[in-house]
Structure formats: C-alpha cells, structure tokens
Design a protein around this ligand. Sequence first.
Ligand SMILES: [Ca+2]
Length: 289
Amino acid sequence: MKITVATCASFIAVLSITPRAWAAAPDYSAYYLYFGEDPVSADPAWGGLDTQGFAHTDSHWFITQKGYWAAPTVWRIPVEYDLGDVQINTAGVTTRTIPSNLYTQGFRWFGDPCTHRIDGIDYLLVPMGSDLFVPQWYRLAVFRADAGMAFVTAAPFGGSPWCSVDSNGKLYGSDPTNVSTWREYSVNWQQLVQSGTLAVQQTGTGTLYREDGVTVEQLPFLKGAEVTSDGRLLYSLVDQFHVFDASSGRRVRRSVEGSGPFRLDLGEFDFAQGFGIWDLEGTASPHPG
Ligand SMILES: [Ca+2]
C-alpha cells in the first residue's frame, strides 16, 4: 500500500511514504516511510508561504492558504492532476475564499483542514483564525466538499489550528503551542446533515509521551496533525514528524533530516506548514507510488 504525505513549504510539495510492517511494533502494525519528494522542487500556484494544510476526499485534494494580503482561500484539485502543474485557471480546479461576513469579522487564516463523509455527503472542515501575524484559532468552518464548496456553518473549536476525523467520526484537535495533549470531540454529524449546524463537544484528552513513556512531550509550535483513519496513530508536524500511538500517547517514530527510512528533508529556505495522508494506490493520481 502506498501512502502520500503532502507538506507545504516554499518549494517542496508532496512526500511519498509507504507503510511497512515494523517487527518490533508492540501494538500497531505499520508506520510510514519517506520515499522522496514529489513533485520535485515544484513551486505550484497553491504553494508558497501562504499554504497552510491539506485534506482529501476520495476524488480531490483540498489545500488551504491563509491569505496573506487577500482573503483565505481553499483549492479543490482532482486527484488525477499533477499537483506540481496546477494553475488557478486549470480546468477542473476550483477555489473559494472565506465568506465575506467572516472576513469582515476578522478571520484571516485557514489552518490545516480535514474532511468527513456522512450519508454520502463529503464535508470539508477548516480551522479558522483571526489576526494576520499571530493567529488566534477561533472557529471550525464547514464547507460542502463538492465543486460548489458552499459554506455551511462554523462553530468554536478550542483554538486548534488543525483538525482530523477518524473513520468512526471522532474529531481531533489540540492547542497550537506547547502541545502536550490532544483533544477528542464528538460531533453530531446527523444534525449537520439535517439542519446545517455544527455541534462539537469535547469528550476527552490524550497525553503525549516520549518513547520512554516517562516525560510528557512538549511540541513547541504545531504546524498540523492528522490521525490515521483507523484512529491508531497521531502524526504531528513540528520541525519534523512526531508519530504517536493514539491509545498510549507514546511516541513511536520521529522523522529525521538527512538519513534513515523516515526522514523529512527540507531545503535551506523551505519549511513545512501542514500535511495530509492519502493512500493513492488505486486512485487516478499520476503519482501513486
Ligand atoms: Ca490535514
């Protein structure tokens, strides 16, 4: 099975990684290896300093931009397109900006988004923040994930700059700085479908530990995070990836620069802002492996 992780930086766009069985793994069966930069040294229109995060449905990428001098924007790109060769006027690519009333209220940032399908309807969830340079995370916005990307609603989301939903519909988030825990939320998805309102209730927290299980891990500035669809692993992006077992909170893998099977190599002037995990095998992606 092939997995693609996308990070955003000024040039690097997509990292291909593949889960491999790890013989010593006590309570999970796979982790993800970095296999290369793809597209290589691309500088796509959705990239640059404004890119904040990635999500996907079965057929499309969704990429958020904070809107440095303009309104925050989300791109919707078919999976069969080469992400390194997409322009804003490419047929089939659509963008939408933040609703004007939310922009007027001061929301200037889109964070690292996520998606969830309920009753055959795909929804795109986007953390929104105010303040151009020091974002405060105030709301979780919901859009339809079809081509119209209609805005549905927004609700408080505990200040998290990222969101993730597992296959059971459980929603995850955290504080943006000095992260030592993550939060779990229940969502009334049926209410979202039926009345277009978002009811989010925190149901628990998880504590993050180092590999030795003793010291609480503090992640100084979280760029994004994602829980695998089975809810077993939490990928957090700081300077590198930190991968935690979601049941124990213990870190099980950490990416490194330069060498090793799980590495994140960023250029001198590049930095990662967010990411997404997508098993592209069996999709129409030009880069399934
Ligand atoms: Ca994401």
